[in-house]
Design a protein around this ligand. Structure first.
Ligand SMILES: *Cc1c(COP(=O)(O)O)cnc(C)c1O
Length: 379
């Protein structure tokens, strides 16, 4: 039998399924009490005042930028080493993503380079906590404050993280989360914004439902009242079905993380002797949300290693080839190879290995063996 190790398996268990079934047996499938419960649980987990459940992290990023006033001709400083959603959310506001290069050791945005990229048009900084390890929020939030810039966090990889006693959303204007199919907790698709900013929260609550003054749950749970439309909003509201899947996953999130910590240690040990692999640095005294387990290999052999691992039935991914070299961004802004050399090197080196709580020890051992074989030079 051919061995198959999936790149990702979700953690949806029987408790989660029961929650979903109970929503399905109820009258109210869309945004209602279960979404509110999830929002208050998420806020509590993060130590923040507010959360708003949405359809995706992409929407969370876009609506946060929009709600914080980012618009046409503004510039937003961000990292090229992320999923395209980070930069696309800026494009949706008709603003310009201004990339700065990343740190060689971690792949996170290089705080040293941010101030040099600030112009009169700069309105915000959008950071990404790559792989689950937080950026230097202490420094970046100071830069934002000093230059009167909004600060938005793409936390698609990082709900659980902490650095310098700072957690997502605590020193920024908005933290944006993803519950996409492969994320640490998932409802297939889904997202949220968490914030201490009441004004942003109130705007998001309306913006996710067309800018309506009353939403469906008000109309359902109270007597019918006419609604008005205050501004042109969107349709980005999380449903009770999605929220019901997430409630218990959020309760288990640190338990799931400790299982991933264990797997990370096995990988670290098994790959430690391999001098053909570089691993992103995991900073001490930080809580890494352990979303992806990524290795960096020589760009000359990267695609060969990807092929070999897949031939052995091992699921792999590349997180990420840099955004500035995607056709759309090259064409629109004339970005070219060499503009952000560190992001490019990492993008050409990177391989994400299977990494989830259900991964078995013998599977991790097999992956380690195959990675070591695939990266060893042929003599
Ligand atoms: C997955 C991901 C997103 C997008 O999340 P969606 O919920 O699919 O919109 C954004 N940024 C990063 C870094 C991601 O990995």
């Amino acid at each position: 039998m051919k061995r198959k190790i999936e790149f990702y398996k979700h953690n949806v268990n029987s408790t989660d399924k029961k929650e979903v079934l109970s929503v399905l047996s109820s009258t109210f499938l869309t945004t209602g009490e279960i979404v509110s419960k999830f929002e208050s649980d998420l806020s509590k987990y993060l130590g923040l005042a507010y959360s708003v459940g949405l359809t995706s992290c992409t929407e969370a990023l876009f609506l946060s930028l929009k709600g914080l006033g980012i618009s046409q001709n503004d510039e937003v400083i961000t990292t090229p080493l992320s999923f395209i959603a980070s930069a696309n959310s800026i494009e949706y506001c008709r603003a310009k993503p201004v990339f700065v290069d990343v740190e060689e050791e971690t792949g996170n945005i290089n705080a040293d380079l941010i101030e040099k990229a600030i112009t009169k048009k700069t309105k915000a900084i959008l950071v990404v906590h790559l792989y689950g390890q937080m950026c230097d929020m202490k420094r970046i939030s100071k830069i934002a404050k000093k230059n009167n810039l909004k600060l938005i966090e793409d936390c698609a990889h990082c709900i659980e993280g902490e650095r310098d006693k700072i957690r997502p959303g605590q020193v920024s204007d908005a933290a944006c989360f993803s519950f996409y199919a492969t994320k640490n907790i998932t409802s297939g698709e889904g997202g949220a914004v968490s914030t201490n900013n009441k004004k942003l929260h109130d705007w998001l609550m309306k913006a996710r439902q067309h800018g309506m003054s009353k939403n469906a749950i008000d109309r359902y749970s109270k007597r019918y009242e006419h609604y008005d439309m205050e501004f042109l909003g969107y349709k980005s509201n999380m449903t009770n079905i999605q929220a019901s899947m997430l409630l218990n996953q959020l309760n288990r999130i640190d338990n799931l993380l400790s299982k991933k910590e264990r797997i990370a240690r096995i990988y670290n040990n098994g790959l430690a002797e391999n001098k053909y692999i570089k691993s992103p640095q995991v900073l001490e005294e930080t809580k890494h949300a352990r979303h992806l387990y990524t290795i960096w290999v020589n760009p000359k052999i990267r695609d060969h290693v990807l092929q070999r691992l897949q031939n052995k039935g091992i699921g792999v991914a590349v997180n990420f080839r840099p955004i500035h070299l995607m056709k759309y961004y090259r064409n629109k802004y004339d970005y070219k190879k060499g503009d952000f050399p560190i992001a490019e090197i990492i993008g050409a080196s990177t391989i994400s290995l299977p990494f989830y709580p259900k991964l078995k020890k013998h599977e991790v051992d097999f992956i380690i063996k195959e990675v070591n074989l695939a990266t060893r030079p042929k003599v």
